[in-house]
Design a protein around this ligand. Structure first.
Ligand code: GLU
Length: 302
């Protein structure tokens, strides 16, 4: 088995140059190591659409990335997530949680409980208490009954990272599988053994690796790549100007030019030429990725 890497955008808006840079890195990591490269559409959220997903695919293709097989679409896999949750429930590894967000935030917590961790309110409800709360009509979320409070992962770029693992949500009250569950199940089902994504997701990774272990699925290798920041030092966003391929094209900046800029930001070109993706792959050395975020002034793209 060759294994696979992947890019998994949420189709809630067009990809901007920061997302494209992460996709390029994921593709370079996968192809350099002889892996397949898969695309997954993370469309469980209602703010997503298939038109946006198609534009994302077109943009990834325009900067020279190719994918193996058909994209995996999360909204087509709801029954698979439910079956995994049922299995965990049958093994006593879940509980129903009736808390509102406000209740979670205001609940008393143990002195050393990490900020943001679930305080355990519904973990040990009696059968009568569960019955009574079900009767109130608000559908419960399903949480994992974790038996650790933290978990350590190894990241190829960030080194060892230990993060909080609480009784995190597997299925939301509205019946939709939670990101942390879907991502683990999908990666395992697609034989993805290399996860390259932006480092804003590093803090969720210990939960995901722990869940993979609970499900008896292999933990992939991880590389969390630095985000692209604007000149104010905050995460690049669409309001920063022409940062999507469509908006850049409208002011005369081609996809080839964008790829050349991305190459420059990764030390794979000097910005004066427009190397194709095969050339970037030949030049790519995972050990030499610039550390730290790329600060982008969109004016430099012109
Ligand atoms: N769909 C997630 C996002 O766009 C990324 C999932 C992942 O790479 O694990 O933030």
């Amino acid at each position: 088995m060759t294994g696979a890497g992947r890019f998994a955008p949420s189709p809630s808006g067009d990809l901007h140059i920061g997302n494209l840079r992460t996709a390029l890195l994921a593709w370079l990591f996968a192809r350099k190591s002889g892996r397949d490269f898969l695309l997954r559409i993370d469309d469980l959220d209602d703010r997503t659409s298939s038109e946006v997903a198609q534009r994302q695919i077109d943009d990834l293709t325009a900067i020279g990335l190719d994918f193996d097989g058909k994209p995996v679409v999360q909204s087509e896999r709801r029954e698979i997530y439910d079956a995994v949750i049922e299995r965990l429930t049958a093994a006593g590894r879940t509980f129903e949680c009736f808390c509102t967000r406000k209740e979670i935030l205001s609940a008393p917590r143990a002195p050393h409980s990490p900020p943001g961790a679930y305080p355990g309110t519904c973990r040990d409800l009696t059968a009568d208490e569960v019955h009574e709360r079900r009767g109130l009509g608000r559908p419960p979320a399903i949480r994992l009954r974790s038996d650790v409070t933290q978990f350590t992962i190894r990241d190829d770029l960030c080194g060892e990272f230990t993060g909080v693992v609480d009784d995190f949500v597997l299925r939301r009250g509205d019946g939709v599988a939670a990101y942390n569950l879907a991502v683990v199940v999908d990666d395992a089902d697609s034989d993805i053994d290399q996860v390259v994504r932006a480092d804003d997701l590093l803090s969720s990774t210990p939960r995901q690796a722990y869940l993979a272990q609970v499900l008896d699925r292999p933990i992939p290798s991880y590389a969390h790549v630095p985000l692209v920041l604007n000149t104010f030092g905050t995460r690049l966003a669409k309001r920063d100007g022409a940062v999507t391929l469509a908006s850049l094209a409208s002011i005369g900046v081609s996809a080839d030019r964008v790829r050349a800029q991305l190459a420059g930001s990764l030390g794979l070109g000097d910005g004066s030429e427009t190397p194709d993706s095969a050339t970037l792959l030949a030049r790519f050395d995972p050990a030499r990725i610039p550390a730290g975020p790329w600060i982008l002034d969109p004016v430099d793209l012109l």
